[in-house]
Design a binder for this molecule. Structure first.
Ligand code: X2X
Length: 342
């Protein structure tokens, strides 16, 4: 709306008001925005978060200052509370795993559906297609603004006891899982003895032998040096993958100008591209250097034939069907179509 000022003094007063309004806005920005993650750099997850911080700092000429707080320390290590804390504005921002947010956003369990995604193309078809779009709209309705995707990775099975080739090999093995009940169902269906604990508790539990095994991407295995806590047997089964989401508490989001919202979003997308690249490094068909490094440390890597893998698919089919109902049959159907048409 245009306003006509009757006097020059009126125009000056109006301009002064605008200047006050603008500086008030800048003053509203926090000195530091806290970004929660579970693991720090040099894990690919931490690298993605640091890249976001760096890009935002550069592109805002230092006006927006973020800092990564790893170890889920902003929620006392309880990574499954990260989403709730962000929604409440206790955490400003996070680069979070879909698994850790799934207790509050049950639809995110889609990535934990056993054997839904056979390869990276399938994972990309979900995050970059209609499923990703739908999930982002659900997350936003729950009080967190999602900005982009990065990646923890395909989660492989490791243990201290034996080479696991068949579901029967898992019989009675104590396996640490993350805090989504879907994982309890999957490992129970496979005859294992799953127990839920945070990542902080998992490492001592592996070291003392309180649990025999765990599942995590190979980048977590190598950076955390899980071979040193007895994990000498790795089975490549790629049963699930957890993408990471860059998110901002809605309360915090609304304090940014539209230009800065755009800046934060673009920086998250760019940091996500980098994050996916580092997450896949060394574990693809073209470059399997990480697998060779792991074998070089005296760890056996079991690669399943199609028939061997199918036995795991069959054993977890009931879990898949049960959780399709929990997650929402329509979303699961869309996901299956995206995978089929990838
Ligand atoms: O706790 C785990 O296993 C980890 C680090 O992968 C997640 O936070 C999902």
């Amino acid at each position: 709306m245009m306003r006509v000022f009757k006097t020059a003094a009126g125009a000056v007063a109006a301009a002064a008001l605008m200047v006050t309004a603008l500086s008030a806005q800048a003053a509203d920005y926090k000195e530091e925005y806290k970004v929660s993650t579970v693991v720090p750099a040099p894990f690919p997850w931490g690298l993605a978060a640091e890249k976001w911080v760096e890009l935002v700092r550069e592109r805002s000429d230092g006006r927006i200052n973020m800092k990564v707080y790893p170890g889920a320390q902003l929620v006392s290590g309880d990574q499954t509370k990260e989403f709730a804390a962000m929604r409440q504005g206790i955490i400003d921002m996070a680069v979070g795993s879909t698994i850790n947010w799934s207790p509050q956003v049950k639809e995110l369990n889609i990535f934990s559906m056993p054997f839904l995604m056979p390869d990276y193309a399938a994972l990309d078809a979900l995050t970059q297609g209609p499923v990703g779009k739908e999930l982002f709209s659900i997350i936003e309705k729950r009080g967190v603004v999602p900005l982009g995707w990065a990646e923890n990775g395909f989660r492989e099975l490791t243990n201290s006891k034996l080479d696991v080739k068949t579901p029967a090999d898992l019989n009675g093995l104590k396996i640490r899982v993350v805090g989504s009940p879907l994982y309890l169902d999957t490992f129970t269906a496979l005859g294992a003895n799953p127990t839920q604990m945070s990542w902080a508790d998992a490492q001592p539990a592996l070291a003392t032998g309180a649990v025999d095994g765990q599942e995590n991407p190979l980048s977590i295995f190598t950076v955390a040096k899980l071979q040193n806590v007895g994990q000498k047997h790795v089975t490549l089964w790629g049963y699930v993958a957890d993408p990471l989401i860059f998110g901002v508490s809605k309360r915090v989001w609304e304090t940014f100008t539209p230009e800065d919202q755009d800046l934060l979003r673009k920086a998250a997308v760019d940091a996500g591209v980098y994050g996916v690249e580092v997450a896949r490094k060394g574990i693809t068909a073209q470059d399997d250097s990480t697998l060779k490094d792991i074998e070089g440390m005296g760890v056996t890597i079991t690669r399943l034939s199609d028939a061997e893998r199918q036995a795991f698919v069959d054993a977890t089919r009931g879990v898949y069907e049960k959780w399709a109902k929990e997650i929402g049959p329509d979303l699961v159907k869309t996901a299956e179509e995206s995978v089929a048409n990838r």
